[in-house]
Design a protein around this ligand. Structure first.
Ligand code: GLN
Length: 481
């Protein structure tokens, strides 16, 4: 059984299918494909069936919520009360949170069914899900390749039909890049659109939670459920949440789209550039007015800015893992030895690399040269986006410069790995929303198109994404697994 949210919801509400049947089918599918793809850290069978039974009761009593009884998977970076939340790290391997993240409360309030927690790069640091301390997740389109990251488990669960939809988090591309690599839809909302309460912090000024789904309609439905201000996250913005499904009209007439040339970077795979240009041509056919010659000249600095700001914030956020408060604890004779060994064994190599980079950039004497300078360039990048959005309703780019790479290919070369996010990082730096939609294949491997919008203009990017999806068939192709 492979259904979208809106298809499953119709069947559930007309009682042609029960949530228990649906959930059983997905749990079986997980049993089947999990040995091949390794997308899930924890499967919550009992909880899922209990939630499904409750959903069926509600439906029988007249509940018509569009998400009631729909099976979902949650990236293992969001706190789930009573369910292990590991961040795919040895540090939190046995951590069971005493509370739910706000987004988890919200999907529970919408009576969704939680199937489990998805694998990820440790603490969301990575672009391939190879940095999980537990196992590597494989791309269902080619099991020898990475699914992207850090929300690789979430993207694979959706692409391989283990769940109807998933939640991921995105600090520099971690929803959009794996969505592109797995040929699913992934949206990073505007910074502040979705509460980060209960999301284990990586880089607090960049992190956002968002949906990974099989199509754009599902994306709008899930965003409806998770968006909104939260008194427990002071960075969440008190803007009313529109009904995002209203923007799914497939009418692009007169919409102004810009194509920033810096995103067709040197070293980009030729097939990716060609596929995205063809996709933008399609948007033009659909009535959009496309300017193919936009320039965002500060784009090349985004990678450097990101790799100063994100590690700096990470080094501060990860200071809390000292073996005293929660998580892994190494028992030793002295406090210092205990702390050293706790962090030494608990964190993997990429996390340590980030902590070192960030601590260096923040240290006295270097702060002005690195962190402060990066913040200034961040302002320039943000300004550049604002100026572009005076002329264009949205910007369109590739999601990644390449198709999914081979497992192991970039593990010894961090810079190459960091480069796989060149097209997505600037969007987090500017705090604006971005969505990746399936836009083609090269040698059977997926290509994603990124649509970037003004702050809080999720409706516009959903509209463009929907129009493109309605006019193409890419989202209907499923991996043969
Ligand atoms: N790949 C980027 C990094 O490693 C982004 C990760 C993310 O968005 N969480 O930091």
């Amino acid at each position: 059984m492979r259904l979208t949210i809106h298809e499953a919801s119709r069947l559930l509400r007309s009682q042609q299918l029960s949530s228990v049947e649906l959930t059983r089918a997905y749990l079986e599918r997980i049993q089947q494909v999990e040995p091949k793809v390794h997308a899930l850290v924890t499967v919550t069978d009992d909880l899922a069936l209990e939630q499904a039974r409750r959903a069926d009761e509600l439906i029988a009593a007249g509940n018509t919520g569009p998400l009631t009884g729909i099976p979902i998977v949650i990236k293992d970076v969001m706190c789930t009360k009573g369910i292990r939340t590991t961040c795919s790290s040895k540090m939190l391997q046995n951590f069971v949170p005493p509370y739910d993240a706000t987004v988890v409360e919200k999907i529970n309030a919408h009576n969704m069914v939680t199937l489990g927690k998805a694998n990820m790069d440790e603490f969301a640091m990575g672009s391939s899900t190879e940095n999980s301390a537990f196992f590597v997740t494989c791309n269902p389109w080619d099991l020898g390749r990475v699914p992207g990251g850090s929300s690789g488990g979430s993207a694979v669960a959706v692409a391989a039909g283990e769940a109807v939809c998933a939640l991921g988090s995105d600090t520099g591309g971690s929803i959009r890049q794996p969505a592109g690599f797995c040929s699913v839809v992934g949206l990073k909302p505007t910074y502040g659109r979705v509460s980060r309460y209960g999301l284990v912090a990586f880089a607090s000024s960049l992190d956002q939670i968002g949906p990974l789904t099989q199509d754009v309609t599902d994306c709008a439905l899930l965003l409806n459920a998770i968006a909104g201000a939260d008194s427990r996250d002071s960075t969440s913005v008190p803007q009313p949440v529109p009904d995002y499904t209203r923007s799914l009209t497939a009418d692009l007439k007169g919409l102004r789209l810009g194509v920033p040339r810096e995103y067709f970077v040197e070293g980009m795979q030729a097939e990716v550039g060609a596929a995205i240009r063809a996709a933008i041509g399609k948007l033009e056919e659909l009535g959009a007015v496309v300017d193919w010659e936009v320039s965002l000249p500060h784009t090349p600095h985004a990678l450097a800015v990101y790799y100063i700001i994100a590690p700096s914030e990470a080094s501060a956020n990860l200071a809390r893992y000292d073996g005293v408060k929660y998580g892994f604890s190494y028992e030793a004779d002295t406090m210092w030895e205990s702390m050293e060994k706790t962090r030494g064994y608990g964190f993997g190599p990429e996390v340590k690399r980030r902590i070192m980079l960030g601590t260096y950039a923040l240290s006295a004497g270097y702060y002005d040269a690195w962190y402060l300078k990066a913040q200034k360039v961040r302002t320039l990048i943000r300004r550049e986006f604002n100026e572009a959005f005076e002329k264009y309703d949205a910007l369109v780019t590739p999601t990644s410069p390449t198709v999914p790479f081979k497992i192991g290919e970039k593990m010894d070369d961090p810079l190459q790995m960091y480069l796989s996010d060149v097209c997505t990082l600037p969007i987090n730096i500017a705090g604006v929303p971005g969505i990746s939609v399936p836009a083609g294949f090269a040698d059977g491997l997926p290509i994603g198109m990124q649509i970037i919008g003004k702050p809080f203009a999720e409706e516009t990017i959903l509209k463009v994404a929907y129009a493109y999806e309605q006019a193409t068939e890419w989202h209907k192709r499923k991996p043969n697994i």
